[in-house]
Ligand binder design. Structure first.
Ligand SMILES: Cc1ncc(COP(=O)(O)O)c(C=O)c1O
Length: 400
């Protein structure tokens, strides 16, 4: 077992970049609320606005379109709930949310809240077996619900199986029907090109801690014509959309992380693809019964996120595998959430048509800037023993 654990859960969160730590630390030493009018406040405001300009320029959007938030969850909630409430309050008759069935819970649960607690309707977009939302699926939903649709929401890339969506085509279809398009691009930033200026998405959720920025800071890109109803009320910061004192140090750190993510995306993707392919191929060589979820072509970084590997190991519970690998010094994820401490089969895999039993044996291995060949080797060395014990444990728990 290696001295330091092998971390293969970069999609959950990744190491903060040293220059982000420096920037955040430097700004934490500076006094000032960016909403104050005196010199200290104006200095803090300058840092916020320069960060906003830097991020906007890196993302190819206008500075006024960048709304700072506490991260991906808040940005998704603002986009989904804020837009739906706008339609509700203005009695537009647009009551339907057109949403992919494989969204992160930040979107999924916001939608379900609106359905359960308000009278929202939802049209789920089902993926194909690779986890892709096909443009014809959206076309059909828009033909049926377009004039009553408040929002289309399809994530840029899936956090579990790594499938990258045809966002430009999907956004184009939404635009043709005059329906705002939201995309959760939390996992995509830094891994695939994000030409936001060309794609025509109206709302885009991003977060700092998946790209080496601080935790607890993110942003929503919101086109100037988007007027989601604010979910927090108070000082009226951020175009009146998101009240609350801005976290100047975190925002400055976020700008540094976005710059690195965008400027190094191509090179980063190349390195990640090599490691990912070696990891997947190595696992398949060890156990040919293992299935890869999502599209996988060696060398491809367009259809699947370069840093994502998602494996289904027959006859195992993903949770047992996770704990056994952890004990062997390899930290990874099953990809799906627990509810009240009970592991649930992933809604993403079920939507892709994977049988419930097979969905339970899933493992998500995600790479990041600090990943090396030695991490892949450590995983491949630990895998056979963990699989063997997990299979035996499942046999025992079933009385086999
Ligand atoms: C696709 C996706 N959306 C949203 C989030 C939530 O982001 P945050 O942790 O910044 O709230 C995550 C985090 O796991 C994610 O993977």
């Amino acid at each position: 077992m290696p001295d330091a654990p092998t971390y293969l859960d970069h999609a959950a969160t990744t190491a903060v970049l040293p220059e982000v730590i420096e920037t955040v630390t430097e700004h934490m030493r500076q006094l000032g609320n960016p909403s104050s009018l005196h010199g200290a406040g104006r200095d803090a405001r300058r840092v916020v606005e320069e960060s906003r300009e830097s991020i906007a320029s890196d993302l190819g959007v206008r500075p006024s379109e960048v709304i700072f938030t506490s991260g991906g969850t808040e940005s998704d909630n603002m986009a989904v709930k804020g837009t739906w409430f706008h339609n509700y309050e203005n009695e537009t008759g647009r009551n339907v949310l057109v949403v992919s069935a494989i969204e992160h819970h930040a979107v999924l649960d916001a939608v379900e809240h609106l359905v359960l607690e308000h009278d929202a309707e939802v049209a789920w977009l089902e993926p194909d077996s690779a986890g892709r939302i096909r443009p014809e699926t959206l076309q059909k939903a828009l033909d049926e619900h377009g004039d009553r649709a408040a929002l289309v929401s399809v994530m840029w890339a899936n956090n579990e199986v790594g499938t990258v969506q045809p966002v430009e085509e999907l956004a184009g279809l939404a635009r043709e029907h005059g329906v705002p398009f939201h995309t959760d691009a939390v996992q995509a930033l830094g891994q695939v090109p994000l030409p936001l200026g060309e794609v025509g998405a109206d709302l885009v959720a991003l977060t700092g801690h998946k790209i080496g920025g601080p935790m607890g800071v993110g942003l929503l890109v919101a086109g100037r014509d988007q007027t989601p109803v604010p979910l927090t009320h108070g000082g009226g910061q951020e175009r009146q959309l998101r009240s609350g004192t801005l976290d100047t140090p975190a925002i400055a750190g976020l700008a540094v992380a976005v710059r690195r993510a965008v400027s190094e995306q191509e090179l980063h993707a190349k390195t990640m693809i090599q490691l990912r392919d070696r990891l997947i191929q190595g696992a398949l060589d060890l156990d040919p019964t293992i299935q890869v979820s999502g599209p996988w072509e060696p060398g491809d970084g367009i259809l699947r996120l370069p840093a994502n590997a998602h494996l289904r190991v027959p006859g195992c519970d993903g949770d047992s595998l996770l704990y056994l690998l952890d004990a062997a010094g390899v930290q990874c994820s099953t990809g799906s959430a627990c509810q009240a401490g009970v592991p649930q089969p992933s809604h993403v895999l079920l939507a892709m048509g994977v049988e419930e039993d097979a969905a339970r044996g899933s493992l998500r291995l995600t790479l990041g800037r600090t990943s090396t060949d030695a991490d892949v080797d450590a995983f491949l060395a630990a895998l056979p023993g963990a699989v063997d014990r997990a299979r035996r444990a499942r046999g025992v728990s079933r009385g086999a």
